[in-house]
Design a binder for this molecule. Structure first.
Ligand SMILES: CC(C)(COP(=O)(O)OP(=O)(O)OC[C@H]1O[C@@H](n2cnc3c(N)ncnc32)[C@H](O)[C@@H]1OP(=O)(O)O)[C@@H](O)C(=O)NCCC(=O)NCCS
Length: 144
């Protein structure tokens, strides 16, 4: 397995992992539009020539970053890959002088909230009807 920065050839696999793992559907052009602003913010894990996990962070303000997406192929979960990706993003954030990382997670996604809490995130507030299907979001944050 290899952890590395995203390359254009990863796009199809990344898109597949995102669609299988995340209930919110994003426009694929989101990647091509946002990545050039901070290429180090999109980090992937490749296994046997296939991209099986990724984290997508964007710079969201002075000294601030936001995790837009994090997903690990179902068959590779609970092996520490999500943790590795998040920690690598923290390292890239530190290089950019980022002091605060935020993210939103579905209110029903208790597993992911626990996962992020274990990584040092805390709940800031609930975001009413944040998702396109009306579900509330939970805004979480971590200081670096
Ligand atoms: C949330 C998600 C990214 C976590 O990825 P992951 O690779 O499974 O995460 P990790 O393996 O690092 O950690 C998950 C759990 O496995 C445990 N774990 C970590 N390393 C482990 C190892 N080597 N062996 C066994 N268990 C391990 C951790 O204790 C953790 O437990 P927790 O549920 O109490 O937090 C993944 O479940 C996922 O893709 N979910 C669907 C999409 C999603 O919900 N994304 C987040 C919202 S944007």
């Amino acid at each position: 397995m290899q952890l590395r920065r995203f390359q254009d050839r990863d796009l199809i696999d990344v898109w597949q992992v995102a669609t299988e793992s995340l209930r919110e559907h994003y426009d694929p052009t989101l990647f091509t539009q946002l990545v050039p602003f901070w290429p180090e913010g999109l980090i992937v894990i490749e296994d046997m020539g296939r991209t099986i996990a990724f984290i997508f962070g964007v710079l969201s303000g002075p000294q601030q970053a936001r995790v837009l997406m994090l997903a690990v192929d179902r068959r590779f979960r609970n092996m520490g890959l999500g943790t590795l990706l998040t920690q690598e993003l923290f390292r890239e954030c530190a290089k950019k002088g980022v002091r605060q990382v935020s993210l939103e997670v579905r209110a029903s996604n208790i597993g992911a909230q626990r996962f992020y809490q274990r990584l040092g995130f805390f709940v800031v507030r609930r975001l009413a009807h944040y998702y396109s299907d009306g579900e509330d979001g939970i805004l979480m944050m971590r200081y670096l």
